[in-house]
Write a protein of this length. Structure first.
Length: 488
């Protein structure tokens, strides 16, 4: 490539596209977006499994600068969301900045030139600012299970779905009961001969109440934008109220549990199955899921809920109770490598340490979830402690982008002070300590190996946005290139 650009964005999902749009609106047009795939979309390009859809209402899963009145459902499906992002790329003129089929292999900070030296699969480039927009749900996680290499059938992760494989008449095992599993199970249960769902811990599930959006309402939103803005605002504040069940003890939490139990009791008859899928930890400790059809799928005659996967044989799987289930296909609905960010071992900072080495010295942490001491002019979108258990991460990414754009537009070198980062992370840990995520009686992917919650923001999306708007120049060492060169 041999390019010299102001800004290099890695990843062409929601965050990367949004960053490019806002930088261009601020007059920063000298930028590229590196995307290893052959099209944009991020998670909504990679995840194409049957039933794949968003678990956040469509009104909140759009960019503020690009409202979309034509969502066909309350909860949009994968293809519609990917199409939305592709349209945004066209409408906002982002396409010329895309470098598709181009993987970032390394980025190294050069203190002499105060730039990032980036190596890609298509060559090298130099940039002043590096923005990671890869997200945390990027690299599929498949656990190491004894016997998996000897399995004679087909194995696939939900994020790497093989659409050429016909499941009709086959015996299928789905490993996991998380967000992807509760979508794929109802989608394939009517098609397969037998379906075994391997469950380690039953999830808390609330009714989804999905529905089609009438065409007349779509037309109304298109003609009267204030109504669309009001609908988005209402959805946002309704989600914020749900946060109380995670961060407050007592009535707020019990209210959500009662709703989930009623949902379970209405859809699963009393008996062994209901007992097997009843959670025995506090609601919210693990990710709360939304579904109208998961429980009914489990009651089908061809579906079995089994304990966690213990080992794999050449012809099937053996659950934790020692029961062997003959299967032809294993579907890994086991999530992503949240503890192993995709660029962590490829980004080398000012001190010659990689991000992975920096995280290993203490824990995965960032100032305001966005900047990291020792890594000048590196901004991470959807970084540590910016995830949510109640609302849309798109809102969090937008707040981060609003935060970084002025610094990028000012054409300076910024690096957060380690003392500021430490104080911020300590405050986040203090706020998280009394939440259900830490006190709910379970372990989840929110936590690292030491039990620290590295994933979630302990407050509201509005609170995060307010924080990101507050000036904090004292938290940074700010350098101008011309001053450094003159002193040299």
């Amino acid at each position: 490539m041999g390019d010299r650009v102001r800004v290099c964005i890695v990843g062409a999902g929601f965050s990367g596209i949004a960053a490019a749009i806002e930088l261009r609106r601020a007059g920063v047009n000298d930028l590229v977006i590196l995307e290893r795939a052959d099209r944009v979309g991020g998670a909504w390009r990679a995840n194409t499994y049957p039933g794949c859809a968003c678990d956040v209402q469509s009104r909140l899963y759009e960019l503020n600068v690009a409202p979309w009145p034509q969502w066909s459902r309350k909860f949009a499906g994968q293809q519609e969301i990917r199409g939305y992002l592709e349209n945004a790329v066209q409408i906002f003129g982002v396409e010329p900045h895309l470098r598709l089929n181009t993987e970032m292999r390394q980025a190294r900070w050069d203190e002499g030139s105060l730039t990032w030296l980036v190596t890609t699969s298509a060559g090298g480039l130099e940039c002043d600012v590096l923005i990671s927009a890869c997200g945390g749900l990027t690299e599929p996680f498949t656990p190491l299970v004894p016997g998996s290499a000897q399995f004679a059938g087909v194995q696939m992760h939900t994020a790497q779905w093989d659409h050429s494989l016909a499941l009709s008449g086959k015996r299928v095992a789905v490993v996991g009961t998380g967000a992807s599993a509760i979508q794929v199970v109802p989608a394939i249960a009517p098609e397969v001969k037998e379906l075994v769902v391997l469950q380690r811990t039953p999830p808390w599930i609330l009714p989804r109440r999905d529905r089609a959006v009438p065409t007349w309402y779509q037309s109304l939103l298109a003609v009267v934008p204030p109504i669309q803005q009001a609908a988005r605002g209402l959805s946002s504040w309704a989600r914020e109220v749900q946060l109380l069940s995670f961060t407050r003890q007592g009535a707020f939490r019990r209210m959500g549990e009662r709703m989930a139990r009623r949902h379970l009791q209405a859809q699963v008859p009393a008996g062994p199955l209901r007992e097997a899928v009843t959670p025995h930890y506090e609601m919210g400790c693990k990710r709360i899921l939304l579904s109208d059809d998961y429980y009914p799928a489990l009651t089908r005659s061809n579906v079995t809920v089994a304990p966690a996967l213990d080992r794999i044989t050449p012809t099937g799987i053996v659950d934790a109770a020692g029961v062997e289930h003959p299967v032809d296909v294993i579907v890994w609905a086991t999530g992503f490598k949240v503890m192993d960010p995709p660029l962590a071992d490829r980004v080398v900072g000012r001190t010659e340490l990689t991000l992975a080495e920096t995280f290993a010295r203490s824990h995965m942490a960032a100032y305001r979830g966005t900047t990291i001491a020792g890594f000048p002019n590196l901004f991470i979108l959807q970084g540590p402690n910016t995830g949510l258990g109640h609302s849309s991460v798109v809102l969090m990414s937008e707040a981060q982008i609003d935060y970084l754009v002025p610094a990028v537009a000012a054409d300076v070198v910024v690096e957060v002070r380690e003392s500021a980062q430490t104080a911020y992370v300590d405050e986040i840990d203090r706020r998280l300590a009394t939440t259900v995520w830490q006190e709910g009686g379970c372990r989840s992917w929110y936590q690292d190996g030491h039990g620290r919650n590295i994933a979630l923001w302990p407050g509201s999306t509005h609170g995060f946005a307010r924080m990101m708007r507050r000036p904090d120049t004292d938290a940074y060492v700010v350098r101008r290139k011309e001053d450094v060169h003159e002193s040299a």
